[in-house]
Design a protein around this ligand. Sequence first.
Ligand SMILES: Cc1cc2nc3c(=O)[nH]c(=O)nc-3n(C[C@H](O)[C@H](O)[C@H](O)COP(=O)(O)OP(=O)(O)OC[C@H]3O[C@@H](n4cnc5c(N)ncnc54)[C@H](O)[C@@H]3O)c2cc1C
Length: 525
Amino acid sequence: MDISWKSKVARDIIEISVPIHEYHAQEEKLQPFFKSKIREIQGDLNVIKILKKSLDARKTDIKYNLRLELFSGKDWPETISMPDFPPLRKEETVHIIGFGPAGVFAALKCLQLGIKPIVVERGQAVKERRRDVAKLNRSGEMNTESNYCYGEGGAGTFSDGKLYTRSMKRGKIQEILELLVLHGADENILYEAHPHIGTNKLPEIIENLRETIRDNGGEVRFGAKLTDLNIIGQQVKEIAINGQWESCQNVVLATGHSARDIYYLLHQNQIALEAKPFAMGFRIEHPQSLINNIQYHNEKNAAILPPAAYSLVTQVAGKGAFSFCMCPGGIIAPAATDNGEVVVNGWSPSKRNGNYANSGWVTEIGEEEWVDFKHHGPLAGLEFQKYIEQKAYEMGGGQFKVPAQNLLDYLEEKQSNALNASSYHPGKTSVDLNNLYPEAINFRLREGLRAMTKKLKGFDHQDAVVTAPESRTSAPVRIPRTVDLHHTEITNLYPCGEGAGYAGGIISAGLDGIRVVKAIKEIES
Ligand SMILES: Cc1cc2nc3c(=O)[nH]c(=O)nc-3n(C[C@H](O)[C@H](O)[C@H](O)COP(=O)(O)OP(=O)(O)OC[C@H]3O[C@@H](n4cnc5c(N)ncnc54)[C@H](O)[C@@H]3O)c2cc1C
């Protein structure tokens, strides 16, 4: 075991590397294990806290790198606890439209600041939503208000629950991770280098978060859809929920990137919007065992190694092509929100123990791609995205069957005779996916993939299959806001989260929810 000292103060922090088989042999008794290893240099210890854990699989002797904080003498680690929720100033309210990660963490922040959040969510609570999602998978029947994107917890509920973000604001991320742990997530998300929760655990955590909001005086309504806005001057005076008008003070608009009706509503009301680049492509799926072999080359430890992931990025014709939202041991999900369109995404259970590995393989989409849709102004990218999703539905033959092609056939631009097995449930139809996107996009996807197969030898395997479109990677529209985070033209409307173009993923959406509520209270972030 390698030990390197990071500091020599009372609370020491050390970094150690533990061979993976040794770590797993001791998993149930990690504290005594670490203590026995460290005692000889550190003396008696109260407790050891894991600050960071990452897998180092670059060489054949695969190991975990751990950063540990040692507590001895009178020192003990602080335990995490529920934040303070002071009594609410009842006259002060914030309407939060949408109960995805942005809305959830915005509501909790309101409560911490003594403001009453009134959350309105078009979809259903987790329990009912679970039934709707199962029906979609089983019989291709879509509930346009309750599906993989709409309902309690938003697009984050039946997701993989990967909790990493490119944001470097660790302290702020910690606030969200701790709240998730306090509501039922495993403590390991606080120190794993690539934390994730899993689709089987997220729904209960989301329900617990909702109960905390209600228990502390917040309001959460389901089946409650924002249908109109009454704007006078620079203020939203009233909002219509399912057609019923109610007055409002501040409004956080956290409706996600699938709510096209919200973009249309704003556009009809001549509220400024901007087209923004996003990414599209397909979802590629391999047997998980194949990805494990490619990544680890380590038969000896196959049983204890976590299901392998990958992250790929390259440039083709001056634009990025990259893997997106990789789900080891996962399932490809039908993530459309309307009839007549197909969208794929992916999720995995907490153990990531499914037979398949799926990931988005996408390329940047900019205004040169949507020239034919330019007359839609700021909604040009959105209309192009919708066109592709509807075309995919037709190619799939209806009932959310997904157009698919074996990877090798896609690269050779010929339709597959028999499709490889896949985790996608509503069914798949063999097509030549080169016909889905304009050639410039196909070229980047294909050539990017060819370049990547040189980095990951064996990735272009005969068992791999491609489904499409992966089209909802981020919002195709930005709802512009000022430095004070309200809309550029409406001073009490706060565009927030992924749908407004300020987040991409669970953590960044949650962070944006917190940031916007602090802006309402004029607290610096
Ligand atoms: C299958 C899948 C897997 C994913 N996996 C991951 C992952 O592993 N890690 C990760 O970081 N991200 C993942 N994502 C993306 C992540 O879920 C989103 O980035 C995140 O949920 C965005 O949060 P949000 O709150 O901004 O919007 P959303 O989560 O989209 O929430 C918006 C909410 O607003 C509601 N709404 C919309 N219109 C209205 C209206 N008119 N009135 C009232 N309510 C309305 C919707 O019903 C929805 O609940 C995944 C997404 C999917 C679909």
